[in-house]
Design a protein around this ligand. Structure first.
Ligand code: HPA
Length: 268
């Protein structure tokens, strides 16, 4: 707990007590989203006390505080994955810290493999729900200061925010898919049998992130909005490739940025 408080205190001091309303976790290839932020303060992860440091190619390790359309936001450029060897506590550490700064919403984006056969590479999938196949980040003594021992998970991905996103997408002519995100440890992509298995249990897309951060946000009562960029279709013959994932992420990132920005403008 003191490690989380320490990091939050540090951020308050170096941002002159900037209070972000929305935190945005930028997934693979979506790092350019930060260009839309009118920067107030940018902080390297390595300078934040107790913060883990990101190792994956294509991920910068930086927190960017600033404004989008006059709203106060903080973007996480670079996130921590369980497959990198971080503990679940480390993976979810930044979300805990940002919640102490008073965020009202968490936006998450990620790259995911499509399992719904109507999905195409480059599609944006609004996450309606998830299936967690990672260790649960709330295992261990409950941090009662943050939330309950047994959090309810209904409407974990805020239906109110999703409805707004749908209206914006219609207005802006952005094609959206909707579905259930299956969170796995990685780092292997799935075998064909595994993609079929995830489809059978109700998944529409699969990826290696997001679920831990969302569970922790849920624990703290922070409403979440999540979008997956479909970077490959698991049940077709193409195989997963990190470079391709990054390219598809970048192209779809332009549409996703538009959606996020319009949503931020319209949030209560
Ligand atoms: N599986 C898991 N994670 C992923 C995939 C996938 O097919 N594509 C992008 N991230």
């Amino acid at each position: 707990m003191t490690d989380i408080l320490g990091a939050a205190d540090y951020l308050r001091s170096v941002t002159s007590d900037f209070k972000p309303e929305v935190a945005i976790i930028l997934g693979t290839g979506l790092g350019d989203f930060a260009d839309n932020i009118e920067v107030h303060t940018s902080i390297e992860y390595k300078d934040i006390p107790n913060m883990p440091v990101s190792t994956v190619e294509g991920h910068k390790g930086r927190l960017i505080f600033g404004h989008i359309a006059g709203r106060r936001v903080v973007a996480m450029q670079g996130r921590f994955h369980y497959y990198e060897g971080y503990t679940m506590r480390q993976v979810t550490f930044p979300v805990r810290v940002l919640s102490l700064l008073g965020i009202k919403y968490l936006f998450v984006s990620n790259a995911a493999g499509g399992i719904n056969t109507s999905f195409r590479v480059g599609d944006l999938m609004i996450i309606t729900d998830h299936i967690n196949l990672l260790p649960n980040p709330l295992i261990g003594p409950n941090m009662a200061e943050f939330g309950p021992r047994f959090p309810d998970m209904h409407d974990c991905y805020s239906s109110a925010v999703r409805a707004k996103a749908t209206a914006i997408a219609e207005r802006e002519n952005i094609k959206l898919q909707y579905g259930v995100y299956v969170g796995t440890t990685g780092p292997t992509f799935e075998t064909q049998a595994e993609y079929r298995y995830f489809k059978a249990i109700g998944g529409d897309a699969v990826g290696m992130s997001t679920v831990p951060e969302v569970i922790v946000a849920r624990h703290m009562g922070v409403p979440t909005f999540g979008v997956s960029v479909v970077t490959n279709c698991g049940l077709s013959d193409e195989k997963g490739d990190h470079e391709d994932v990054q390219n598809q992420g970048r192209k779809a990132g332009i549409r996703l940025a538009k959606l996020f920005i319009e949503l931020i403008k319209e949030l209560e």
